[in-house]
Design a protein around this ligand. Sequence first.
Ligand code: GLP
Length: 262
Amino acid sequence: MRVIIRKTYEEISIEAANLVRARIEKKPDLVLGLATGSSPLGLYKELINMNRKKLISFKKVRTFNLDEYYGLKGDHPQSYRYFMDTNFFNHIDIDKTNTMVPDGTAKDWEEFCIYYENQIKKSGGIDLQVLGIGSDGHIAFNEPGSSLASRTRLVALDAQTIEDNARFFENKDQVPRFALSMGVGTILEAKEIILIANGKKKAPAIAKAIEGPITSLISASALQMHPRVTYFLDQEAASELKRIDYYKFVEQAEKEIGKEIF
Ligand code: GLP
């Protein structure tokens, strides 16, 4: 695993955007897995800037989002479809028909989840998956206890997640209780993964995910089994890691040999 630590959130957002840019340059029809939440917002801002300056194009890029609240329509201001449109897709040259977000209104959710998995497979699989992390260590909506082999499915949200996300709704009671989410197994099939985390609140989850044992109680810890993962952390999110010196040493070594070391 690569662990890139920078002082500020702005710096890690730029680093993450540079990685995404490099991957799109190599493969213009990249299949990009995307996340919602505040963590990737800085990355999206940088990518929008790069697109405006014509440094990258999303014309051929296809995207799959990790998750969606179950019961919310795409035009609901708190839906993840709305989030992606307003924070990213509306500002870049992507073909909207190439942007996939789970359908929170699908009546037959079991059938929809199979369809979503098939769409990912049909695209050739996700080349690069962007992740944030919940304060309880979850990725997408794979709450503590989610099987590490789980696939896209209906998930009951944990009390902690409802608490964390209540800030976006009028009150806690309005936060949906369920979501459709890619599983940990689905995420691990992406060819490459980046995870962005900032702020003190994420420090315990980050320490457990990177340096703790692999456990379904911290679904991000499953990333330890993936061969190409890069963490982008600000100083606060990295503050409970024990091996910071080693991660810096590896980054230095990467500069010397001019290659990424996973
Ligand atoms: C939600 C999302 C996750 C996201 C997490 C953290 O639970 N389903 O994909 O990583 O929130 O959000 P934030 O980045 O706002 O802290």
